[in-house]
Design a binder for this molecule. Structure first.
Ligand code: WTA
Length: 698
């Protein structure tokens, strides 16, 4: 690679940015020649002067039953309403409207994890039939109607998007919970959303093992009941028709197999319910600063318009493409960019059941070769894993990507280059898309045929998205200042979530309070959206995202709230105090390090460490397993008794702990340091920005 340029540095050490600017990499002419978006005028059309009417261009990609009268209604600020007066149905837009021209075309291609099990193609006609039959069942057997909530706890199988679309057909609000989450985590989400129905599955393959999944449903129901939510029906899909692979008993009168119920609804059609644009389409729970997960509520019209347009222009999806996103549908990336965006565009979306490296690191490239995948979408954590396990593997396979996506965490320029040169064979365009569960779709990314790429940078803001970087005092940090700050968005956009389910106050205080200019204002200009990410804008306008500025740790692209982990550890009888900090991890980006102190009378032991790990796995799920559990004699604390997580983060990452003399117990810092790093003082490192800022008082 060519020589790198040096970025400016300021003297304000804690927020100065110290990395090398990377050289631009240009998209190939063959890509540009076929791209959906080649008109640089789009940025002008979506300028702030044209806001909010510019977004009509996105909404016009959908079929509306009734056109809207108000593009943006701000009367209930900051709960924005888009396309008010408009009516549409999401399942109609993702399924029915493609039948005339493409009923015989693949909609979903399911790749089971066992390599000898053949892949399964679901055409748009198949999808239409299945969505209708499942909708008929949900309506008739489960008594569901528009506005009801349903929790779906399912793995990566085609029955998952079918179930989601069946809900959407009825106007039922789905809340999909990632299959890797524990039964308890699922139960809390059932209770919070007020679901009377849980849709689950008996089992699925993960890393060569057929996992029992239905057991989690029973635990989930118990937890939901404790929280006051009764679940009347559990609908269970089966991985193999007619064969039950779970050990959990089916409860008479409550549990039923989908494959046994469905024949009754064969051939039934359900008219798509025409929903108001601002009716909620789904809830997606995500972690935040306090213990309880937040149910981000997404709209029907605004959300679908935004994901359809961004999938078309940024992912460059054409109906003829074979598009594969390796994310899980249980996360927002899967909702927006496996299910809703790609299907609204009538393309073929690949669903892979298992882990990328099963049975070996060549698997993704074999899948790509066999199915003719030409758009590939994944996260840095998988790229790092695949590089480590098989750096030369992609060369052995004859596939060709035109576009590749990275999402979920910052990507190191070095990892970016392997992705570009080896996976993309130097020919694929890369888009580094920065966004969040809350934002519905992309906020920053290069437009692939319009902008050069810059390794490690997400790129400029999307059309119609107008970011601003504020310092702690609310002063704007201009591009090229060499300083990082809190990245916010000045304006609302159609993909943004509407509120936190049942907790408007938390919605306002988490996302809008910090930089709000006037709490009584109905003018969107007074309500910048606070993303919770630190970022830096280079002189060329490209944004580089540094990571979370709150108590959220991004582990392998999954958001974990430190408070959730800490409360899980505190359920262990012996544990008196718990503190979680992020530690740099070669593959996962960041991993959680857990520090605990014990109640009087207990001595540290391996068994207690094990109990802490167990508690976290049962309460949250295996994804939250800490990298280390350290049982410390005491937590470093301020004189007012606050645990100094910043100091623990410095110790975990062999960074300078700074001045600790004002602590209530400075001597404990050295004791803990020795326990973590060993006797000899380790050379101190500066550490990455998010870790340097972690645990700071804000
Ligand atoms: C981080 C996933 C750097 C960021 C879509 C954000 C990224 C959080 C990128 C949201 C990226 C996402 N570069 N960081 N391209 N994309 N992030 O809600 O910290 O699971 O706030 O949504 O992931 O995670 P979430």
């Amino acid at each position: 690679m060519s020589e790198a340029r040096e970025v400016l540095e300021t003297s304000e050490a804690q927020i100065a940015v110290h990395w090398k600017e990377e050289e631009y990499v240009y998209p190939p002419a063959t890509f540009i020649a076929q791209a959906n978006m080649t008109d640089p005028g789009i940025y002008e059309r979506f300028s702030l002067e044209r806001f909010p009417e510019c977004f009509k261009e996105y909404a016009d990609l959908l079929d509306w039953d009734q056109y809207w009268h108000t593009t943006l209604d701000t009367s209930d600020a900051p709960c924005w309403k888009w396309f008010v007066g408009g009516k549409l149905n999401a399942s109609y837009n993702c399924v029915d409207r493609h039948l005339a021209k493409g009923k015989n075309k693949a909609a979903l291609i399911f790749v089971p994890e066992p390599e000898d099990e053949p892949h399964r193609v679901v055409t748009y006609q198949d999808l239409y039939v299945q969505v209708n039959e499942v909708a008929a069942l949900l309506q008739d057997y489960a008594g569901l109607k528009a506005g009801d909530r349903v929790t779906i706890h399912m793995p990566m199988v085609p029955e998952l998007p079918v179930t989601m679309l069946a809900c959407a057909r009825l106007g039922v609000i789905h809340s999909v919970v990632f299959a890797g989450f524990s039964g308890r985590a699922c139960g809390e989400r059932i209770a919070d959303s007020g679901s009377r129905v849980l849709i689950s599955m008996d089992g699925y393959y993960r890393n060569g093992t057929l996992l029992d999944h239905k057991v989690k449903a029973d635990e989930a129901l118990q937890v939901a009941a404790q929280e006051g939510q009764a679940v009347e029906k559990v609908l269970v899909w089966r991985r193999f028709r007619g064969q039950y692979v779970s050990q959990a008993p089916m409860r008479e009168g409550r549990d039923a197999f989908m494959d046994e119920l469905l024949p009754k609804y064969r051939g039934q059609r359900v008219a798509p319910v025409s929903m108001p644009a601002e009716a909620p389409l789904f809830l997606m729970y995500t972690s935040g600063t306090t213990g309880r997960p937040k149910g981000c509520q997404h709209s029907t019209g605004g959300y679908l318009a935004y994901v359809t347009a961004t999938a078309k222009y940024v992912l460059d999806i054409h109906p003829e493409d074979v598009y594969w996103c390796m994310a899980d549908i249980g996360w927002i990336t899967g909702h927006s960019y496996i299910v809703y965006g790609p299907l609204a565009l009538g393309t073929a979306s690949v669903l892979y059941e298992g882990v990328p490296t099963y049975p070996d690191a060549g698997r993704p490239w074999r899948i790509a070769e066999q199915l003719g995948v030409d758009i590939f979408h994944t996260a840095p954590t998988s790229i790092r894993m695949l590089r480590k396990a098989g750096p030369e593997e992609p060369k052995k396979y004859n596939y060709r990507f035109k576009l590749m996506v990275t999402v979920g965490e910052p990507i190191e320029p070095d990892v970016w280059r392997w992705y570009h040169e080896v996976v993309g064979k130097g020919q694929a365009v890369i888009v580094d898309t920065w966004w969040q569960t809350e934002t519905g779709g992309f906020l920053c990314s290069t437009m692939p045929a319009l902008h050069p790429m810059k390794p490690g940078s997400a790129g400029p803001a999307m059309p119609g998205i107008h970011p601003v970087i504020y310092d702690e005092e609310g002063q704007e940090i201009p591009p090229g200042a060499g300083k990082a700050g809190n990245i916010c968005i000045r304006n609302p956009w159609p993909g943004a979530f509407q509120t936190i389910w049942g907790d408007r106050e938390r919605y306002v205080s988490t996302y809008y309070a910090k930089y709000c200019k006037n709490k009584d204002s109905k003018d969107w200009r007074d309500w910048p959206y606070f993303t919770g990410d630190g970022a830096f804008q280079a002189a060329d306008g490209y944004y580089r995202i540094l990571g979370r500025v709150d108590d959220v740790i991004n582990v392998a692209g999954h958001r974990l709230g430190t408070k959730e982990l800490e409360s899980a550890a505190l359920t262990v009888e012996e544990v008196a105090e718990a503190a979680v900090v992020p530690v740099v991890d070669e593959l996962k980006g960041r991993a959680p390090d857990m520090y605990v102190s014990l109640k009087p009378g207990y001595a540290p032991s391996k068994a207690i460490e094990e109990k802490v790990i167990q508690a976290i796995e049962t309460i949250i799920g295996k994804i939250a397993r800490p990298k280390h559990v350290y049982i410390v004699p005491d937590m470093p604390k301020t004189r007012s008794g606050k645990i100094m997580r910043r100091v623990l983060a410095a110790i975990s990452n062999t960074m300078d702990v700074g001045d600790v003399t004002t602590l209530a117990n400075p001597e404990v810092v050295e004791e803990v340091r020795r326990m973590v790093q060993g006797e000899r003082a380790v050379a101190t490192q500066e550490g990455p920005e998010d870790i340097r800022r972690f645990g700071e008082e804000r």
